[in-house]
Design a protein around this ligand. Structure first.
Ligand SMILES: [Zn+2]
Length: 437
């Protein structure tokens, strides 16, 4: 008898329609045809693409860097098999409306798009594909974020970064040798975008327990198999360990599918992502470029700290902040201040609602604390994992002055209507949320 337990193969079961949704007990369906995560996909590229039935004319979209890493190989494999249009974007393309418009034009004769890249190229392709109702698939070049399987794209329109509806991929293809050879910072970013599972779940659960907002267990159950691998030996990701990289690749795919089944980013984007969004919007223009997951790593530590402290302090006394639209416009400018006010209004507490909430907290405190705590990873564990992986853990390590970062933590909650521990901490006078703006 082998003492080695067989892995339950959550992803395989999910793709075959055999994975039981813990929220309703029936098999969960996901909007994707094929996920291939293999040590090498060399020689399989054409079969993978043609198995999707995307059409006869295919645009393979890369930039100069990702073409060198993998795009050329995909083009060679597809040449003669399909009508091929190679589209090579200039170096370091931006996921903005202008680039998307030129990509759409370049792909106008194609039936489908095949992206070869990571965050930016994937966002551009899924957004462009959705605009024309075309299918798309992606060959990943880095394990840097969880957007491969999500159904929205981060596109900058008129200087504002927006999350816009996009096509989910028909297929996601991950060659572990390619992912392992990605720049170290991109691997660290993917780890950061994965470890926020605990803070995002804690925030979403808080909102569910306290305000009765809808909540799903499925997206977290999907990730349970792989998270211990990432927490226990994060350095393995950088030593060419294919099982560690497989765990990260699966986590990124399943995290994106978790968002897709919830029709929103709730399971993977809460307070820590609000802090990261604030940084995206307001960081000094001369700051160097940092990856989304690097920012999320630092913000996850902040959220984990706040969550632990709020839960340890006992049932909080609440006071509603007498905030006005004018004050938010003073902080963020007229446009962004106005849209923040609309988001914040959805969760702003009147004094009456505040005292009702305080009573609810007092009545249910032990239940709330125990169910939220069960979802959390201790902040010191997260810090140790990030340090062992060489991820950033401080504002300075993502190019930010501590004072700017502190203001991001205080103000991030105004960016979105989601109720998180940032709101509970602010209303209960937590020191990280209460200094003047
Ligand atoms: Zn993210």
């Amino acid at each position: 008898m082998s003492p080695v337990a067989t892995a339950p193969d959550t992803l395989g079961q999910l793709l075959r329609g055999e994975w039981q949704d813990p929220d309703c007990g029936t098999p969960l369906r996901v909007p994707i045809q094929v996920v291939a995560i293999e040590q090498s996909l060399a020689g399989l590229e054409a079969d993978l693409v043609t198995s999707l039935g995307l059409g006869r004319r295919i645009a393979v979209v890369s930039d100069i860097a990702t073409r060198e890493v993998l795009g050329e190989r995909v083009e060679r494999a597809l040449a003669g098999v399909v009508g091929l249009t190679p589209v090579v974007l200039p170096p370091q393309p931006h996921a903005d409306a202008t680039t998307a418009a030129s990509l759409r034009h370049a792909c106008s004769q194609a039936d489908a798009l095949v992206a070869v890249g990571s965050g930016t190229i994937n966002d551009l392709c899924k957004y462009t594909a959705a605009q024309d109702g075309k299918p798309y698939a992606v060959f990943a070049t880095a394990p840097s974020m969880n957007g491969y399987t999500s159904q929205n794209a981060a596109i900058t329109v008129g200087g504002h970064k927006k999350s816009l509806p996009a096509a989910g991929p028909a297929g996601v293809f991950m060659d572990l040798a390619v992912l392992s050879a990605a720049p170290t910072r991109m691997i660290r970013a993917g780890l950061g975008d994965s470890l926020c599972r605990s803070t995002a779940q804690a925030d979403w659960l808080l909102s569910h327990c306290l305000l009765g907002t809808p909540y799903r267990r499925a997206p977290f159950a999907l990730l349970a198999e792989d998270e211990p691998v990432l927490l226990d030996d994060p350095q393995a990701l950088f030593h060419g360990d294919s099982e560690a990289m497989r765990a990260l690749a699966r986590t990124l795919v399943l995290s994106g599918l978790g968002m897709a089944i919830c029709n929103g980013s709730y399971p993977a984007s809460q307070g820590e992502h609000l802090i990261s969004h604030f940084i995206d919007m307001f960081a000094p223009a001369d700051r160097a470029v940092y990856f989304h997951g690097e920012q999320v790593a630092v913000a996850t530590l902040t959220m984990a700290q706040i969550q632990e402290e709020v839960l340890a302090a006992g049932p909080p006394h609440l006071r509603s902040e007498p905030l006005t639209e004018g004050e938010l416009q003073r902080r963020f400018g007229p446009d962004i201040g106005g849209s923040c006010w609309r988001e914040f209004s959805a969760k702003r507490m009147t004094p009456k609602a505040c005292s009702q909430l305080e009573r609810r907290l007092a009545d249910r405190w032990n239940d709330i604390r125990s169910s939220v705590s069960a979802a959390m990873v201790p902040v010191e564990r997260i810090r140790a994992v990030l340090r062992r992986a060489g991820c950033p853990t401080t504002p300075e390590e993502i190019g930010l002055a501590p004072a700017f970062y502190a203001s991001a933590v205080r103000n991030a909650r105004f960016l979105r209507d989601r109720y998180t521990f940032l709101d509970l901490a602010a209303d209960s006078g937590h020191r990280a949320l209460t200094a003047t703006a």
